[in-house]
Design a protein around this ligand. Structure first.
Ligand code: XUL
Ligand code: CO
Length: 435
């Protein structure tokens, strides 16, 4: 027991009439929806980095949280943080967690230390997972915080840095495999550039493509059955990152022969930074068959950076979950909260408020989405809207049985097409009615 969360009881479902801020009002793990429990649909995960590793520092100020484990050193700090994290998981009831290698281990100055320190925490970590029944959604390697990565990891002009990155990925993936993780994520933290003037863009993308192929080869070599995901983000910390959005990632996967091996972990705050909506990114991933996992969070509509706030927009979450569940939902992926409490939210309770609110929001969004899938209103409209393509000239074109000449001849003899309403306002009203 870490003691940090001692004064907080296990979080229970108390229903909508409850005014207890430390209870769920909507998230009920065993509630059945569309033939699965809420917990099975959502596969909620807490992230280690924002919730336990970060101490509230920002570019203008020092850590404000004063978490006791952050005042300790080395392995002692890693184990105290581990105690606190699993005490939190036990009380919140999240079935999964996610971590970067450096989140869980004692800091390391050299390659040897990195490997030793990561391995030193795996036994206690495995024991905690066993004790609390908390599973690993995905693991990853942090290849962006250490100064060795200022010019990228695998895209670095110096192959010695790529070798260090290979060491981190090898050991983080092997740790994920050992801990029974369902996935492994690549967020290209600094795989991009700050100025094109010093950058060989083609070479860097080739390096990233080869590096990811090496990771895939290693996955098969060690027999890891989890899914691999790239997490798109357009910029921050670099000016331009190569995996800017889902569409860009799909082109990248095709070019480097990684289709069928790597899917995407979509983060709403990254989607909006790239000028896309959350649901657009989900539907692009569904269209390409690469949907994997979500880092649920939100940005601030006025601030143009990655604020990583807990989600609170029911309309956005309902719409996104509609497309996620309709697309087949999560298999190896899940709902990781890549979200952090604000710097003034300094108490243990604040950590619970953020997660409880997000889980309740997902529960409401899921219930809305299930209802929308059952009543089929949106799909019905889509089916009617595109019905013309099911037969005649449209079907011939799509079957590859009509040439441009054939289509042109058809247009010559057919009545002029009549514009029809897209019904946007009616459809938007329908969503409002679901909330
Ligand atoms: C950074 C981000 C990361 C990844 C994991 O914007 O989202 O936390 O999710 O490296
Ligand atoms: Co993320």
């Amino acid at each position: 027991m870490s003691g940090y969360f001692d004064h907080i009881d296990t979080i229970k479902y108390e229903g909508q009439s409850s005014d207890n801020p430390l209870a769920f009002r909507h998230y009920k793990a065993d509630e059945m929806l569309l033939g699965k429990t809420m917990a099975e649909h959502l596969r909620v995960a807490v992230c280690y980095w924002h919730t336990f590793a970060w101490d509230g520092n920002d570019i203008f100020g020092d850590g404000s949280f004063g978490r006791p484990w952050n005042a300790m050193d080395g392995q002692q700090a890693a184990e105290a943080k581990l105690d606190a994290a699993f005490e939190f998981f036990g009380k919140l009831g999240n079935p999964f967690f996610c971590f970067h290698d450096v989140d869980v281990m004692a800091p390391a100055a050299t390659a040897k230390e990195h490997v030793n320190n990561l391995h030193a925490i795996l036994d206690p970590l495995e024991a905690k997972m066993e004790e609390h029944g908390t599973k690993l959604l995905w693991g990853t390697a942090n290849m962006f915080s250490h100064p060795r990565y200022i010019a990228g990891a695998s895209t670095n002009p110096d192959p010695a840095v790529a070798a260090f990155a290979a060491l981190q990925v090898k050991h983080a993936m092997e740790a994920t495999h050992r801990l029974g993780g369902d996935g492994y994520v690549f967020w290209g933290g600094r795989e991009g550039y700050d100025t094109i003037l010093n950058t060989d863009l083609k070479r860097e993308m080739d390096q990233l493509g080869r590096f990811l192929n090496m990771a895939v080869e290693h996955k098969h070599k060690i027999g890891f059955k989890g899914a691999l995901f790239i997490e798109p983000k357009p910029h921050e910390p670099t000016k331009h990152q190569y995996d800017r959005d889902v569409g860009t990632v799909y082109g990248f996967l095709q070019k480097y022969g990684l289709e069928g091996e790597i899917g995407v972990n979509i983060e709403p705050n990254h989607a909006t930074l790239s000028g896309n909506s959350f649901e657009h990114e989900v539907q692009m991933a569904n269209a390409f068959g690469i949907f994997g996992s979500i880092d649920f969070n939100r940005g601030d509509p006025q601030n143009g950076w990655d604020t990583d706030q807990f989600p609170n927009d029911l309309r956005e979450i309902t719409t996104a979950l509609y497309y996620i569940v309709k697309g087949g939902g999560f298999t190896k992926g899940g709902s990781n909260f890549d979200a952090k409490v604000r710097r003034q939210s300094i108490t243990a309770e604040d950590l619970f408020h953020g997660h409880i609110g997000a889980m309740d929001l997902l529960a409401r969004g899921l219930k809305n989405a299930a209802r929308m899938i059952e009543d089929d209103y949106l799909q019905d409209n889509i089916d009617k809207r595109y019905a013309g393509w099911d037969s005649g000239m449209g079907a011939k074109m799509m079957a590859g049985e009509a040439s441009l000449d054939d289509m042109a001849a058809h247009a010559m003899n057919a009545p002029a097409p009549k514009p029809v309403s897209g019904l946007q306002e009616r459809l938007e009203n329908y969503i409002t009615d679901q909330l």
